[in-house]
Design a protein around this ligand. Sequence first.
Ligand SMILES: Nc1ncnc2c1ncn2[C@@H]1O[C@H](COP(=O)(O)OP(=O)(O)OP(=O)(O)O)[C@@H](O)[C@H]1O
Length: 261
Amino acid sequence: MSPALPPAPAAALPAPAPGAEVVLTVDNISKSFGDNHVLKDFSLTLHRGENVVVLGKSGSGKSVLIKCIIGLLTPDAGTIAVLGQPVATLGHAALDQLRAKVGFLFQSNALYDSMTVRENLLFPLRRHWLADHKGQEDKLVHEALDDVGLPQTIDQLPAELSGGQRKRIALARTLIVPPEIILYDEPTTGLDPVTAREIDQLIRHVQQKYHASALIISHDMNCVRLTSDRVILLAEGRSYAEGTYAELLASTDPIVHAFFE
Ligand SMILES: Nc1ncnc2c1ncn2[C@@H]1O[C@H](COP(=O)(O)OP(=O)(O)OP(=O)(O)O)[C@@H](O)[C@H]1O
């Protein structure tokens, strides 16, 4: 049995103080594919230590947004700055350095099937931190597994784990090189409700322990409620509405309201 996860608050944290450090700025970006204008002047800011959920229906452009943030797609207009650095102007080496500070939890988890949990966790460590952390690998692997409550899985293969366990191992792999920003792509999709709530709890735990900022893409309303300090509704290609979960819940706008029915 997995050890109990650390307790985490269910409620949103207080809003960031005015002037809190901004770690991610998406400024009026547009992205089209032919006649399909997916993002139209979309903007957001993420502060240090804050969890922001981008909520949007299927096909609204959430994945396109994430791909623009990590530099896999280039916006047609507008700018994106991650930790103060404008993504579009960075060369390969600078982008690689920046990516070491940004953890990405893929919807598919993206674990290597032929590698054990230990080997999966060592992978980013060897890629980004080889010189600095030689000799500490084992300790760091154990710490990351303790963080997600799965120390006993260290020698197992991903195929031997449940969907929820694989998600937690993928998160441990993201945490092993401590990120300043974590991007969560649909973190609870495909999980049963109980396991999904464990992942929500873990997202809050990670926020508190690492004081990392998180941008969470989701349309699971329980995940939105439990993990967000602030919610941005992506509709019609733009930031259609923004506020705490409770503020959006109270909205009478039909497009906002439709998410809470
Ligand atoms: N590389 C691409 N080439 C052409 N069109 C694309 C490309 N990537 C995304 N699109 C289009 O952009 C739109 C938004 O797609 P996106 O995957 O961002 O939606 P989403 O909000 O993440 O949806 P879901 O919740 O279903 O994952 C869709 O109409 C999609 O077909």
